[in-house]
Each structure stands twice: as structure tokens, then as C-alpha cells.
Design a binder for this molecule. Structure first.
Ligand code: HEC
Length: 100
């Protein structure tokens, strides 16, 4: 009797978790490897989730290669109304995180 709701909650949690993995969080190791500020990578990720997650799920860095991302950004920066700084940070995050 009392197990019913718990099983349903567990199933919902599993379903939501399985839907989409969230974009990876940048670490000190990523920043050191790419020789950029960790805060910039973290800002880039936060902006990406906020600005690029409205029309579709925010992309994962490994969806494209480091050399493909700038072209994707050319197109999507307009759709997301990014200013130059926002575009820079998002692109840097995506490119750096493809190199993991
Ligand atoms: C106003 C809605 C909108 C926003 C905001 C948006 N996108 Fe998209 N995006 C789309 C649509 C629609 C498609 C699929 C159709 C297409 O490719 O034109 C798409 C497709 C994509 C694709 C796959 C395209 C391919 O060629 O593989 C990527 C990658 C992408 N978006 C990245 C981003 C990024 C990064 C941002 C944030 C800077 C972003 N999008 C913001 C609407 C949006």
C-alpha cells in the first residue's frame, strides 16, 4: 500500500534524469588545460543553458567538433540575440569542453 507512491516518484525521477544529460560543468582542469579563467568557462556554461535552452535543449559540447562550433554559433547567436561578449563566452565554453 505505502510503496505505491514511492515507486511512482522513483520512476518519474529516473525518467527525468534519463531525458537529457545536462552540459558538463567546467573544472579547474579544463581551465588549466585551455589556459583560460575558470570563471569564464562557468559563465559560458550558465549563459549557454539560459540562452540556448529555450527553443531546444541546450546542446552538449561533444555534439560538434571544436572547428564546427564557430559556424554553429554564427547561426545560433542571432537566434539567441547574443551580444559579442555572450557569444565569446558561450563559444569558448563549447570549444574548450570538446577537448576533454
Ligand atoms: C529562437 C530559437 C533558438 C535559439 C534561441 C537557439 N536555437 Fe539552436 N536551433 C533552433 C532550431 C529551430 C534548430 C533546428 C533547425 C535548424 O538547424 O535550423 C536549432 C538547431 C541547433 C543546432 C543543431 C544544428 C546542426 O546543424 O546540427 C545546434 C548545435 C544549436 N541549435 C545550437 C544552439 C546554440 C549554441 C544556441 C545558443 C547560442 C541556440 N542553438 C539557440 C532554434 C534556436
Amino acid at each position: 500500500m505505502t510503496r505505491g507512491p514511492a515507486v511512482i516518484v522513483a520512476m518519474l525521477v529516473a525518467l527525468l534524469a534519463g531525458c537529457r544529460v545536462t552540459p558538463p560543468t567546467a573544472t579547474v582542469a579544463d581551465a588549466t588545460r585551455a589556459q583560460v579563467e575558470l570563471a569564464q568557462l562557468q559563465d559560458g556554461r550558465a549563459l549557454m543553458v539560459r540562452k540556448c535552452g529555450n527553443c531546444h535543449a541546450p546542446p552538449m559540447p561533444k555534439d560538434h567538433t571544436a572547428s564546427e562550433w564557430p559556424t554553429k554559433l554564427d547561426e545560433m547567436a542571432k537566434r539567441a540575440n547574443l551580444d559579442g561578449e555572450q557569444r565569446f563566452l558561450i563559444q569558448q565554453y563549447l570549444v574548450v569542453m570538446t577537448q576533454r
